[in-house]
Ligand binder design. Structure first.
Ligand SMILES: NC(=O)c1ccc[n+]([C@@H]2O[C@H](COP(=O)([O-])OP(=O)(O)OC[C@H]3O[C@@H](n4cnc5c(N)ncnc54)[C@H](O)[C@@H]3O)[C@@H](O)[C@H]2O)c1
Length: 243
């Protein structure tokens, strides 16, 4: 097992990719503390419910989780949300909420986790950006901007904290079959199954990603298998370019 006795905090643990990450970390022997707004039947070793837009919750989360687990070796900033539409359709709330969950929460959690990891001799942080954060696509400027921000933060922290043996990297998925993607079809009054079938045809590998496809890359970035990677943005796209 690659992560025996490692202690991992995972945000967005109730979501499509989050559930797969928790399962993969546990399969590899990690002790996992899950967090999300609601955690129903979470299989994690420890669970902390809370809203990442609440600054005081966010600022105390790393110490709460470390206390429960007896330390912190891995932080997975996976929680995220997507507000759709062009800028002229965007509200102040779309902007503020997207920034709070996708950028400010990872900033606060990285800031709190790095000193804890440093004291323990090192650690790994895996952020969640997107292929769209690297190659902007159409019609989602706010989401894409937040994913570009977390990509940039990852590159900066990867460089700044390598000397403390803290590796910071990001997974950058293209389309993944999760509630986030499916609600996009549903909001437009389309059937998610047929929407996904159409999307599958646009991917050179023949299908969009499953949550497990992404969780396996998170596991790699969290483990010593990626021991020489710092500040990397790992695209997981099935060969599909952002159009
Ligand atoms: N699904 C995709 O196609 C895709 C593609 C690229 C990147 N991503 C990224 O992957 C990550 C996981 O997405 P997913 O597809 O599993 O989506 P999801 O909607 O299934 O899961 C996201 C989770 O984040 C949690 N969350 C949102 N706001 C929160 C808040 N204020 N406080 C606490 N938790 C909150 C939600 O409750 C949810 O459980 C996100 O960062 C997303 O941007 C997804």
């Amino acid at each position: 097992m690659k992560l025996t006795a490692k202690k991992a905090l995972v945000t967005g643990a109730s979501g499509g990719i989050g559930q797969a990450i928790v399962a993969k970390l546990q399969e590899q022997g990690a002790v996992v503390c899950a967090t999300d707004i609601t955690l129903n039947d979470s299989p994690a070793d420890f669970n902390i419910e809370g809203d990442l837009t609440d600054d005081s919750f966010c600022d105390s989360l790393v110490s709460q989780a470390s206390k429960k687990m007896g330390g912190l070796d891995i932080l997975v900033n996976n929680a995220g949300l997507m507000r759709r539409g062009i800028i002229t359709d965007a509200s102040d709330e779309d902007f503020a909420l997207s920034m709070a969950v996708n950028v400010e929460a990872p900033f606060r959690l990285c800031r709190a986790a790095i000193p804890v990891m440093e004291k323990a001799g090192g650690g790994a942080i895996v952020n969640t950006s997107s292929c769209w954060g690297i190659h902007p696509g159409p019609g989602h400027p706010i989401y894409i901007m937040t994913k570009a921000a977390i990509a940039s933060l990852t590159q900066c922290l990867g460089r700044d904290h390598a000397h403390q043996n803290i590796r910071v990297n990001a997974v950058c998925p293209n389309e993944v079959d999760t509630p986030m993607l499916r609600t996009g079809f549903e909001i437009r009054g389309l059937d998610a199954e047929s929407g996904i079938e159409e999307l599958n045809k646009s991917v050179p590998l023949g299908r969009i990603a499953s949550a497990d496809d992404i969780a396996d890359v998170v596991l790699f970035l969290a483990s010593d298998d990626s021991r020489y990677m710092c500040g990397s943005l790992v695209e997981v796209s099935g060969g599909k370019a952002v159009a």
